[in-house]
Design a protein around this ligand. Sequence first.
Ligand code: AMP
Length: 355
Amino acid sequence: MLPPGSTIGILGGGQLGRMTAFAAHRLGYNCHIFAGDADEPGPQATSLSTIAPLTDTAALARFAEAVDVVTYETENIPLEAVDVILATKPVLPGREVLAICQDRLREKDYLRSIDVGTTQYREVAGPAELGRALRDLGHRAVLKSTRMGYDGKGQVPVTPDSDPQIAWAAMGAPTGILESYVDFTCEISVIVARTANGGMANYPPVENQHANHILDTTLVPARIPAETSMRAEAIARHIAEKIGLVGVLAVEMFVTTIGEILVNELAPRPHNSGHWTIDACVTSQFEQLVRAICGLPLGSTERHSDAVMRNIIGPDVERWREPLADPLAKLHLYGKRTAPPGRKMGHITRLIPRR
Ligand code: AMP
């Protein structure tokens, strides 16, 4: 157990690390953020930071010396950077979890190996193979880069009639995965936290609506039958246990038109669809992460309110005053200095108290 007063290292300078630091500070921990720029949301919020690229081995080694445990706020962390840290300090969730979750192909292979349903998929290494895979699947599909994808980046919708050369060039990565298009009634996610001694707690499934491939709105709880909800929670807990999670894991799923649940993606870190937990739950996803990696017991995931969480994207941030007119709306801004289209600038959680 790491007692309060210890220092948590966080790889990545974004808002997820910033909100993790807020939760850690409240419990009396220090945070040291490793980021590319001092002006990012994370380092703005902590007195300790290392500003260097993730390829700077010497900076990573010094960072590891200065902290007690390390976590990450994005899965796009090179494993080489993790290995430098592992020479002296633990990294949680562990290296293997990160390796699985940062590669869509490995992730889907892993899910299948533990009997979790996914859409059909094929590995594709070039345009010729893509052409064959398209004919093989025989219907609408999505070509995705296997690595470094987020918010729809590196994704191309395709059909058996698509020109494989053009689709491959549009995807723009050296390796791809072709996924059968899923006819879904809604997209949901379940966030689960787990400790080293197997303590587990999950939030209810929430419903995620996207605009331009970016999460726009999360509805809490998801509008799905209770039985589907229970299945989704069981899937998330099954994955957390099998993968040996210590930390938090977001499991993104499709609920298909025939009521199946297919897992789309895993994120071994706090997730945008869990931001509502800060304002509506006894314990937020960020506090659960801190508790899990410091060896404290998890808190209750019970919610006192239902919620609607809306992201504030790009120039919309200029209208930050508007939600404040509603006393049940909680405004969160990430301190980003520029607001280009598509950038997540903050979010608003509207609470709907449960009586
Ligand atoms: P991802 O980066 O995998 O989370 O994909 C971003 C969004 O694209 C998802 O939230 C879905 O709305 C959509 N999407 C991704 N993969 C598929 C698929 N195989 N079938 C249908 N929609 C998809």
